[in-house]
Design a protein around this ligand. Structure first.
Ligand code: HDD
Length: 693
């Protein structure tokens, strides 16, 4: 057990044998309030009832003002090779293992909102290092909407539900947001990312993570490197289809939360590589953008990522509130070897996070909440305040002192005391954006240039949808004008969709044709189906051997198969054997699975091809461009669906648009099916309109 888990264990408690009050008095009757006679008034003296109701009345703390909806998990970070040339941070030394707690979140929705809303995802990591806590409080997108923290309250007011009627929930598709954005050109780069499929992730374990700001690494010699933090998921980066995301919101609003929980319970531990892009202090002058501007990324092709270690999430929390809800992150929690830059967005954040915990967690002692405690000893002269847990001994609570031999004493730099990087400063007091922050369109164009055609189309579709929800026409026109500064074709397509006169000529820098493959999800796919879920639709008389062999294959690949039939209980195979049904059809939906397998078996197929719910299931799989497989008679189900113009075979192995058919399962069939599951088949999007619903 790691140090953090051991420490947390001291605070965990099983439910126990005897029911008692908080004062430890045994409760004899937990059903009836004490009263003056059976039908008489309740007695104020009933301390058991009073204590219980009072505690209940105070169960809630304010939700986070942003990132209210989140899910957390424990794990560890393990450093690869030494990187002492760039940082003296102890936890990055070769082979070191550090406990972590990670919280993923959406930004705009309330605590009870649906997981699959279109939104940026928070990606906050608490590293419990031996030199204190380092928090990387990042997102799954490498840039931000604004350049200066003073704009943050406006941005968040604009995106959250509108104040007069508190709608819409967890959605940026409304007038206030686009009014603000249309008047905030610096947001355009981030807007391209938020309208891409990155903002509707398939899984929290299939997202990249970014520290966004430029931080500093400081080595033992005191030299500074400017760095950007990155996390790359082992499973690759995958998104949902918008229609699918919307349907998941109704079918399973806890989709991401459950997916993360189940992956960990099943032993498919989410994993990322953690690394930095690093440049020597001074080299930033050669770049075409300002490293202090959080709306800019560093193209990976120009400044490659140096991988420093891997992060694995392998333990679910014991209690959501105590751990995930009470976790308090702060980009200002850094350890020796890591320091800040003058990024004005970062500088504002350094104020905001402690401030918000004071109201959210009720006072200055939130660092004593078990999930927030460092694993190394911490001593100082901070005392008292609401809910103080530590019992500090002795009379001395000040420094310098002689009565306690001057302790706790300041720590010299070579013993791990934090020393700020002595960056030279000499300037006049101003309120002014630097000229170098003023190019808002070039990197937005770089992002769009780097997309594959389907990825670009999805951005066009998302913006057409979002603006389609916006009622004020002048906002439409203003947004189209911004798009025309990024990519003329995109602007024309969106204008056409939302009834705006398309711009006649491009306002974009057409000479800028640079691309960065690292920005595309499609260009960086991985050959894995680990943690994917496959639905197997059956009725009595199905081909049991096919189901058994496929289930075994999927398991060997780390994927999960679920048998779905009309009712729970046992379902009979054609050979007379039986199998247990995992889920009944009315309790599931195609959008909750990555793929569907239809086994043969004449009786089963005859039943299924007449069920609307089955045909709808298959249609949805097709519409959302997911892998589909059928063996033997089951191609009849495909024929009965609205899928047209696909090559099937009930004898030979055929693969067409991610639809794999064969007479029976075989190694070649499995391989073809794996290829079909691991990615989406965008060529089908041309035929999407013919699928009802
Ligand atoms: Fe923030 C929470 C990420 C800008 C103010 N932020 C919060 C969380 C994440 C981020 C992941 C949730 C942490 C958790 O799980 O508890 N925030 C970012 C990123 C930003 C950013 C990547 C830009 C690069 N944030 C930002 C600014 C401000 C804040 C500019 C204010 C000036 N953020 C907060 C906050 C929150 C927060 C109000 C709400 C709950 C909390 O801090 O603990 O202080």
């Amino acid at each position: 057990m790691d140090e953090k888990s051991k420490q947390l264990k001291n605070h965990t408690k099983d439910s126990g044998e005897k029911l008692t009050t908080n004062q430890g008095v045994g409760i004899n009757d937990n059903q009836n309030t004490a009263s003056a006679g059976e039908r008489g008034p309740s007695l104020l003296e009933d301390f058991i009832m009073r204590e219980k109701i009072t505690h209940f009345d105070h169960e809630r703390v304010p939700e986070r003002i942003v990132h209210a909806r989140g899910s957390g998990a424990h794990g560890y970070f393990e450093a690869y090779d030494s990187c002492e040339d760039i940082t003296k941070a102890d936890f990055l030394k070769k082979g070191k293992k550090t406990p972590v707690f990670v919280r993923f979140s959406t930004v705009a929705g309330f605590r009870g909102s649906a997981d699959t809303a279109r939104d940026v995802r928070g990606f906050a990591i608490k590293f419990y290092t031996e030199e204190g806590i380092f928090d990387m409080v990042g997102n799954n997108i490498p840039v931000f909407f604004i350049q200066d923290a003073i704009k943050f309250p406006d941005l968040i007011h604009a995106v959250k539900p509108e104040p007069h009627n508190e709608v819409p929930q967890a959605a940026s598709a409304h007038d206030n947001f686009y009014d603000f954005i249309s008047l905030t050109p610096e947001a355009m780069h981030m807007m391209m990312w938020v309208m891409s499929d990155r903002a509707i992730p398939r899984s929290l374990s299939m997202m990249e993570g970014f520290g966004i700001h430029t931080f500093r690494f400081i080595n033992k010699a005191g030299e500074s490197h400017l760095v950007k933090f990155h996390l790359k998921p082992k499973l690759g980066v995958h998104g949902l289809v918008w229609d699918e995301a919307v349907k998941i919101m109704g079918n399973d609003p806890d989709f991401h939360r459950k997916d993360l929980w189940e992956a960990i319970e099943d032993g498919h531990f989410p994993e990322w590589e953690f690394g930095v892009q690093a440049i020597k202090e001074g080299e930033e002058d050669k770049l075409s953008f300002d490293v202090l501007d959080a709306t800019k990324l560093w193209p990976e092709e120009e400044i490659p990522i140096r991988m420093l270690g891997k992060m694995v999430l392998d333990r679910n929390p014991d209690n959501f509130f105590a751990e995930t809800e009470q976790a308090a992150f702060h980009p200002g929690h850094v350890v020796p070897g890591i320091d800040f830059t003058n990024d004005p967005l970062l500088q504002g954040r350094l104020f905001s996070y402690t401030d918000t915990q004071l109201i959210r967690l009720g006072g200055p002692n939130f660092a004593e909440i078990p999930i927030n405690r460092p694993i190394n000893p911490n001593h100082n002269n901070q005392r008292d305040g609401y809910m103080r847990q530590t019992i500090n001994k002795g009379r001395v609570n000040y420094e310098p002192n002689s009565l306690a031999d001057g302790k706790p004493a300041e720590v010299p730099e070579d013993k791990g005391g934090f020393v700020s990087y002595p960056e030279p400063m000499s300037s006049v007091k101003v309120r002014k954006r630097p000229e170098s922050f003023k190019d808002h369109y070039t990197q937005a164009r770089l992002f769009v240039n780097s997309m594959t055609p389907p990825e670009k189309q999805h951005i066009i579709d998302a913006l057409s949808f979002e603006l389609g929800k916006v009622e004020h026409k002048h906002i439409h026109a203003k947004m189209v004008d911004h798009f025309n500064h990024i990519d003329h074709d995109m602007a024309v397509a969106i204008a056409d969709n939302i009834g705006v006169t398309p711009p006649s000529s491009s306002a974009a820098n057409e000479d800028y044709t640079k691309t960065s493959d690292a920005l595309s999800m499609e260009k960086n796919q991985k050959d894995t189906i680990e943690a994917r879920k496959v639905a197997i639709l059956v009725a009595d008389g199905f081909d049991g051997a096919a189901v058994e062999s496929l289930t075994k294959y999927l398991k060997s690949q780390g994927a999960k198969a679920e048998i779905i039939a009309k009712k729970l209980g046992m379902v009979k195979a054609a050979d007379g054997s039986t199998m247990e049904v995992d889920k009944s059809l009315p309790t599931v939906d195609a959008v909750l699975y990555d793929s569907v397998f239809l086994p043969g078996g004449a009786d089963s197929v005859n039943t299924l091809k007449k069920q609307g719910a089955i045909l709808y299931f298959v249609n949805q799989m097709y519409k959302h461009c997911k892998g589909i497989a059928a063996t033997g008679e089951a191609i009849e189900i495909l024929k009965a669906s609205d899928i047209k113009d696909v090559n099937y075979s009930n004898t030979d192995l055929k693969e067409d648009q991610g639809i794999v058919t064969a007479g029976e399962t075989s190694d070649k069939f499995f391989k073809a099916y794996k290829d079909a599951i691991k990615k989406r088949h965008w060529s089908r999007e041309e035929n999407q309109d013919m699928i009802p619903a």
